[in-house]
Design a protein around this ligand. Structure first.
Ligand code: ZN
Length: 82
């Protein structure tokens, strides 16, 4: 099953795909989630908090109905796509 994603044009450039974090808005089983992943940087490895740079050290998922960046109703997007 393909994961539906909302590729938001308003997504802050700094959050989109940096070395330390990644944000995406994806649909899972009919619900939309804002997912934030954080990755270890050099400093965290040096401090022994992570084993290697780029290792996923945390993730958050927040259920949303509207895109927080452009305000689009995501529920509408699902019905259009399917
Ligand atoms: Zn959006």
């Amino acid at each position: 099953m393909n994961k539906k994603q909302h590729n938001c044009i308003n997504l802050p450039e700094a959050l989109k795909d940096s070395e330390e974090s990644k944000i995406c808005i994806a649909n899972e089983e009919g619900n939309w989630y804002l997912a934030i992943f954080s990755f270890a940087d050099k400093e965290m490895v040096e401090d022994g908090e992570a084993e290697e740079v780029g290792e996923e050290v945390g993730s958050y998922e927040i259920k949303i109905d509207f895109c927080p960046f452009c305000g689009k109703s995501l529920k509408g997007l699902v019905s259009q796509a399917s």
